[in-house]
Design a protein around this ligand. Structure first.
Ligand SMILES: *[C@@H]1O[C@H](CO)[C@@H](O)[C@H](O)[C@H]1NC(C)=O
Ligand SMILES: *[C@@H]1O[C@H](CO)[C@@H](O)[C@H](O)[C@H]1NC(C)=O
Ligand SMILES: *[C@@H]1O[C@H](CO)[C@@H](O)[C@H](O)[C@H]1NC(C)=O
Ligand SMILES: *[C@@H]1O[C@H](CO)[C@@H](O)[C@H](O)[C@H]1NC(C)=O
Ligand SMILES: *[C@@H]1O[C@H](CO)[C@@H](O)[C@H](O)[C@H]1NC(C)=O
Ligand SMILES: *[C@@H]1O[C@H](CO)[C@@H](O)[C@H](O)[C@H]1NC(C)=O
Ligand SMILES: *[C@@H]1O[C@H](CO)[C@@H](O)[C@H](O)[C@H]1NC(C)=O
Length: 401
């Protein structure tokens, strides 16, 4: 019965540019009549086939030949065909936490799936909130041994790791590493272009597929943790705010990058700037992956010297979710020298007093509105590969891991 109706719709769409409205109306009613006729005839035949000896000649497969095709593609519920054969494809376990990060979803498919949010408040499983550590890197992670020490001995139910490297790069770690099998399908990234936002969304979307992930932090190959895991976990999971730096910069590096073509959806007064290195809660992560409207405006009108990674999230969150944001970042970076790129720390900079200064900021910042704390930063960048040794030397004494 669906067949004639679909055909009518398709014809109508195809003929739209060619015929005038009145002609279309009359051809429409003709189609409607034809559809009714076809439905009637099909109905009569089905009735006959099911009620009498004609059934021998008209089997269900002939009327619905597509059914067999549909059921054969049902066998692929994920790309891991073998796993599916062994277990129930609709099991809750594989739905709430995909075992294998390798998948064949396009960005469009992935973002759609990741944007699905349960309506039910209670979970039908014991949900321990996780922190998703999302590494965006070109290639190797030179500070990986420091991160492995950071995660060593910690409860695997409290964190998950995702790595977005440039396509073709394979992270070479042993199967005992917490980074093993944590690379997600990636695409090329050009720094400063919207493809950087695409990679951020790809990390968020992959991490959203695990329903236990509650906090999402973006990191790079030059980032280090400045506190141990239990402190980072407590700080993030107990925060009522997300940490996305968002401020109004009246200079040409802020408002100067705004394009009036973004009106009326984004006004100059809405325009915000902030560091790319965000920390988001699950609700914000999902709305960002779901947003098409504002993403598209940035893709169109935010081109160098406008950088989408410095303006899209700060502006979007300010416009719609400002009250959920602390408006500051938890990733320290040194902008003390005015330059296009922040200060880089190398081996000679890594001393005990330097690390202590990162851990306790001279100026307190607010946490959950009511309290002030000197713990403003949980992570810091940019550290060169040669900082690994002095960092490993000092990690247990200064950072307690
Ligand atoms: C199932 O997935 C495999 C691997 O991606 C693919 O080669 C195959 O064509 C798929 N089969 C169907 C019926 O979609
Ligand atoms: C994940 O799936 C890919 C593609 O099917 C497969 O090659 C890989 O071995 C799987 N990894 C694990 C850890 O199961
Ligand atoms: C991966 O690392 C091991 C040990 O460090 C090394 O032997 C091996 O050649 C590496 N493999 C690749 C593909 O780089
Ligand atoms: C962050 O800025 C928004 C406006 O975008 C404001 O509503 C919110 O109260 C600020 N957050 C904090 C913690 O001050
Ligand atoms: C790192 O140390 C060098 C040498 O002491 C110094 O010149 C440089 O300013 C330091 N860098 C930063 C970002 O503090
Ligand atoms: C950390 O301290 C510096 C000055 O010592 C101040 O400019 C900065 O705003 C502080 N950071 C935060 C997040 O409060
Ligand atoms: C690491 O610590 C040891 C012993 O405290 C010291 O001898 C060594 O020079 C340190 N290495 C670096 C790179 O700081």
């Amino acid at each position: 019965m669906a067949m004639p109706k679909n055909r009518g719709e398709k014809e109508e769409m195809e003929s739209r540019p060619l015929v005038s409205t009145s002609v279309r109306d009359s051809s429409l009613s003709l189609f409607r009549m034809l559809s009714i006729l076809i439905v009637f005839v099909v109905g009569v035949v089905i009735g006959l086939a099911s009620s009498s000896h004609i059934g021998r000649y008209f089997t269900a497969d002939q009327f619905f030949p597509s059914r067999a095709v549909v059921s054969s593609s049902d066998t692929n519920c994920t790309i891991v065909v073998n796993n599916c054969e062994k277990e129930d494809c609709l099991s809750l376990k594989s739905f709430i936490s995909p075992k294998n990060l390798t998948h064949g979803l396009s960005d469009e498919e992935l973002f759609w799936r990741a944007s699905l949010v349960p309506q039910k408040v209670e979970y039908p499983f014991d949900r321990v909130p996780k922190v998703a550590f999302m590494f965006m890197t070109r290639g190797p992670l030179p500070l990986l041994p420091l991160w492995e020490r950071f995660f060593q001995g910690q409860d695997v139910n409290k964190y998950s790791i995702y790595v977005h490297a440039l396509p073709g790069y394979v992270l070479n770690v042993t199967s005992s590493s917490v980074f093993y099998g944590r690379q997600i399908p990636s695409k090329n990234v050009e720094w400063g272009s919207v493809s950087l936002v695409d990679a951020e969304k790809r990390l968020l979307a992959n991490a959203l597929l695990d329903f236990s992930n509650e906090r999402f932090v973006l990191l790079s190959e030059s980032c280090i943790p400045v506190y141990n895991f239990p402190t980072v976990y407590k700080y993030l999971t107990r925060s009522v705010h997300s940490f996305v730096e968002s401020y109004d910069d009246p200079s040409r590096y802020g408002r100067g990058r705004y394009s009036r073509r973004m009106r009326p959806d984004i006004k100059l007064g809405d325009w915000r700037k902030g560091s790319q290195w965000f920390e988001l809660n699950r609700q914000l992560a999902a709305v960002i992956v779901a947003d098409t409207k504002y993403y598209t405006i940035f893709k169109k009108y935010c081109r160098p010297a406008c950088y989408p990674d410095e303006h899209y999230l700060p502006t979007f969150i300010h416009m719609f979710y400002g009250s959920m944001n602390a408006n500051r970042t938890v990733t320290y970076v040194d902008w003390s020298v005015i330059a296009p790129h922040p200060g880089t720390f190398s081996a000679e900079n890594v001393t005990e007093s330097f690390l202590q200064s990162l851990r306790k900021n001279a100026t307190a910042c607010s946490y959950n509105l009511k309290s002030m704390t000197n713990v403003c930063y949980l992570f810091a960048r940019k550290f060169t590969p040669n900082t690994l040794e002095p960092l490993l030397n000092l990690s247990s004494k200064v950072m307690q891991f």
